[in-house]
Design a protein around this ligand. Structure first.
Ligand code: HEM
Length: 253
């Protein structure tokens, strides 16, 4: 297999990636419809600023985070360095959009004198956001800065992979808590009567779960992982032979 051209895109991968994008766009559309039709729309100043929070969090912590996770499965033939950079850039964009969403809700709470950080949603949400920021900083430090040694990268990689998937799942759970909380604030008395707003917001929740499941499936299919390119294998072989006098196991960081 050494020196062979990388395998073609595995059967089924494109369909799953397309399904994930359709679900991601559908969940953003459902959120827009909910906030636009039933919550008066989105604005930065005034009472509608609170609505900027869910929109930014869904776009940043779910859609963009999910797409950043899929980068290695989608771009299979590009140089590892370019793929890593795109992965980091998409996560960075997700964090920036999420930061706008967090600032929006803190400003609204501050202006209205509502206590901060009292709900389960806010505790888990803050944990998800801070850990996601930490994960991004550590990822950039270990994998993009040339100063990190390859043995350090190898040791850190399983932690990065586990926490990447775990934080994505936590972000979706936090959004589900946020949706339920917002429904209870706004339609507590009519929710149980299957009012259209409740049905639409529940549909958004189901789309979130579906997006998470499809992205999770793509990420956990071992045979859909990006195979190392021929030149990466050769480099890894040279390096291992030079440093340890043994042959490489295949993967590259
Ligand atoms: C991963 C995504 C999310 C994160 C990290 C997050 C984080 C937070 C945080 C930290 C607060 C507390 C702000 C404060 O105490 O001043 C908050 C409040 C709030 N969030 Fe989210 N949120 C997320 C998604 C959502 C979504 C999708 C919705 C609704 C559809 C939502 C609805 C709310 C509401 C109504 C509040 C005000 C009540 C409260 O403090 O619990 N959030 N969020």
């Amino acid at each position: 297999m050494d020196g062979a051209p990388p395998a073609a895109r595995p059967a089924g991968l494109s369909a799953y990636v397309a399904a994930s994008q359709a679900l991601g766009l559908a969940l953003l559309g459902a959120a827009g419809a909910w906030l636009g039709r039933y919550r008066g729309g989105v604005a930065w100043h005034g009472p509608l600023q609170l609505n900027a929070h869910p929109l930014c969090m869904l776009l940043g912590m779910v859609f963009l985070q999910g797409d950043a996770l899929l980068v290695y499965r989608v771009f299979r033939r590009e140089a590892k360095r370019s793929t890593k950079t795109l992965h980091a850039l998409l996560h960075g964009l997700a964090l920036a959009v999420a930061l706008v969403g967090v600032v929006a809700v803190f400003e609204v709470h501050g202006a209205k004198g509502i206590p901060h950080m009292y709900s389960l949603h806010s505790w888990c949400g803050m944990a998800a956001f801070v850990l996601y920021l930490l994960q991004w900083l550590l990822g950039c430090g270990f994998f993009l800065l040339p100063s990190a040694s390859s043995s350090l990268r190898r040791q850190y990689k399983p932690h990065h992979v586990f926490f990447g998937v775990a934080l994505f799942a936590l972000s979706i759970a936090v959004c589900l808590l946020g949706i339920t909380e917002m429904l209870l604030f706004n339609i507590r008395d009519s929710y149980s009567r299957f009012v259209p707003e409740g049905v639409l917001a529940n549909t958004l929740g189901v789309l979130l779960v579906a997006f998470g499941l499809v992205v999770g499936y793509v990420l956990t299919r071992d045979d859909w992982k990006r195979p190392p390119l021929a030149e990466e294998l050769a480099l890894s072989m040279d390096f291992k032979t030079l440093t340890e006098g043994e042959s490489p196991s295949g993967g590259s960081q």
